[in-house]
Design a protein around this ligand. Structure first.
Ligand SMILES: [Cu+2]
Length: 168
């Protein structure tokens, strides 16, 4: 009886691990393009930045920020989702250097997709920044959930093996 329970537990653990793993690899939205293109060198501020995905995004819960070389926020307003494109407005930029766009969006399948890319401003602008980015939470600070599923599955599997051994 104990062996049956242990086998069942092991089966469930493996199934959970498979589902968690598959969820990562399956059909959530992948980024196919950005504007500006990654590592582009610009002499002028873009009016907005955008990322295009391979499928329509959910319009809720989108986050997108632009953080400058000074550590300040240079994005302005709320991010906008339009089909497969998420964008946010950009202030007139300030110091030359690397600006990083961080985003977090929700796929049609419910999975949260986050990431970032950077572009360079080669000529300093005269814009004034928003608040310090460290004072606000950045979109891709989010911790992916699936490692916890895998960890939980492993714990169950180890417990199952232990239960089987104990019987001998
Ligand atoms: Cu997905």
């Amino acid at each position: 009886m104990n062996r049956l329970i242990a086998t069942l537990a092991l089966g469930i653990a493996l199934a959970m691990a498979a589902v968690a793993g598959a969820g990562v690899a399956w059909a959530h939205a992948t980024r196919v393009a950005t504007d500006p293109v990654q590592n582009t060198e610009l002499t002028q501020s873009p009016q907005k930045v955008s990322a295009t995905f391979n499928e329509a995004l959910q319009s809720q819960f989108a986050a997108m920020t632009v953080v400058g070389p000074d550590g300040n926020l240079w994005s302005t307003g709320d991010p906008k989702v339009d089909g497969a494109v998420v964008s946010v407005g950009v202030r007139p930029l300030g110091p030359s250097g690397t600006y990083t766009v961080n985003y977090r969006v929700t796929s049609a399948d419910g999975h949260v997709v986050s990431g970032s890319w950077s572009f360079k401003l080669t000529v300093s602008g005269t814009g004034t920044p928003g608040p310090s980015a460290s004072a606000t939470s950045q979109p891709n600070d989010g911790i992916p959930v699936w490692p916890f599923f895998v960890a939980a599955s492993l714990i169950v599997a180890v417990g199952a093996v232990w239960a089987v051994r104990r019987q001998r």
